[in-house]
Ligand binder design. Sequence first.
Ligand SMILES: [Zn+2]
Length: 216
Amino acid sequence: MNRWTDRLLDLLYPPRCAFCRRLVRDGRMICPDCEKHLPFASESGEIQQFPHLALCASPLYYTGDVKRSLQRYKFHGAAAYCRIYGELMSDCLGRHNPEVDCVTWVPLSRRRLRRRGYDQARLLAEEVSRRRGLECRHLLVKHRHNRAQSGAGGPEERRRNVRGVYRAAADVTGLRVLLVDDIVTTGATLSEAAETLLAAGAKEVFGLTLARNEKS
Ligand SMILES: [Zn+2]
């Protein structure tokens, strides 16, 4: 697109902060206020341990404007937010810097992908890999449709709900994989996806999400 079309689009749809929706000027999709005051995790709070993952990093807590923003991203078509989310995730990854060979994502089932039109975790994985100069690879498929984890109840039910829903879609032998998703709560989904990769021969799996549940 030429600059004239860009300017016209900006007039029609002025760029807004992905979190508080105020107008922004520099096209970065985060306003100076949110950059300071979003519920960022501390450097140690960014890291969590879950079964089958070497570590899991997340820059933000899933609350307030972060929660509302992610809901627009997942359910109301705000796919363009992947740019600022990917920037925050990539910076977070840089602070902990695990050695990885490639990036992949926790996939949606085909049924949910058809309904939504885009795979929100895949867009994040592509953005993070582009920023870190890593290859983004399609390593997992979700071959069974299950209930959304948010409706699955307690930790035990969540584990049962995701059991066996993924399978490896490529040769992962010896790979150190960065596994990307939008949110981690109990860790059941990421653990299951990581276990699938390890069972298929991956060497190590690291998790990276935009947001994590609040400290309990
Ligand atoms: Zn803002």
